[in-house]
Design a protein around this ligand. Structure first.
Ligand SMILES: Nc1nc2c(ncn2[C@@H]2O[C@H](COP(=O)(O)OP(=O)(O)OP(=O)(O)O)[C@@H](O)[C@H]2O)c(=O)[nH]1
Ligand SMILES: [Mg+2]
Length: 207
């Protein structure tokens, strides 16, 4: 069975005025630079090169919008935590992602990609807290788990779940051996379901 048979790249945005219509529901993929966000999008949608991946950190510098099917989108966000980026570019990214997250009413939740070998960083934890504060949900993909032994992977998952204290769910994931791809797709589907109660505390585009 083909997953997301109508999936397509919509556009790359470098500013809020370029975002597509803020209707339907949307899930953003975030995480540190090079964590495996774009690879996760390709694995979940079962496409080889829908999102561009790279060995060079900081590859995704724009917000890339993908339509899964009409009214449902996935957004590849620029990664954070890449030290070699000039301050002016870093400030631009932060403003762009911040503007997006604050104003986007269709944003239902976050898939947070965390390299399983590194575990949750402060920036990851901060992002989860902020999303929850806005009435949104988050799910953590512990990526590149093919690089760990079974035991290391299990221990990383346990530690991450302890650190999350139930605020977000987590799973092991590998775009290479496809472990957890199905589970990640289910998590994405669950995040995309609009929960009217969620938007009560949410900042609106008018703010
Ligand atoms: N072993 C292994 N390598 C992976 C996996 N996922 C991604 N990679 C590799 O990690 C590197 C970065 O992957 P990307 O998907 O481009 O990462 P990204 O988070 O989108 O990176 P930026 O857009 O630069 O922030 C590439 O060399 C990928 O091939 C995985 O599950 N296992
Ligand atoms: Mg990327």
């Amino acid at each position: 069975m083909s997953v997301y048979p109508k999936v397509r790249f919509m556009l790359s945005a470098n500013g809020i005025e370029q975002f597509p219509d803020d209707a339907g529901s949307e899930v953003a993929i975030a995480g540190r630079s090079n964590a495996g966000k774009s690879s996760a999008i390709n694995a979940i949608t079962n496409r080889k090169a829908l999102a561009r991946t790279s060995k060079t950190p900081g590859q995704t510098q724009l917000l890339n919008f993908f339509e899964l099917d009409p009214g449902r989108r996935l957004v590849d966000l620029p990664g954070y935590g890449f030290a070699k980026v000039p301050p002016a570019i870093k400030a631009h990214w932060e403003r762009l992602v911040g503007d997006y997250m604050r104003s986007r009413r269709s944003l239902e939740g976050l898939l947070l990609v965390v390299d399983a070998r590194r575990g949750l960083a402060q920036e990851d934890a901060d992002l989860i807290e902020w999303m929850l504060g806005e009435g949104r949900r988050a799910h953590v993909l512990l990526s590149k788990c093919d690089k760990l032994t079974r035991n290391e992977a299990r221990e990383t998952l346990r530690r991450t779940e302890r650190e999350l204290e139930g605020r977000a769910s987590a799973q092991l994931f590998s775009a290479v051996n496809r472990e957890g791809v199905e589970e990640a797709r289910e998590a994405l589907e669950a995040l995309l379901i609009k929960n009217p109660g969620d938007s009560v505390n949410r900042t609106t585009g008018a703010d």
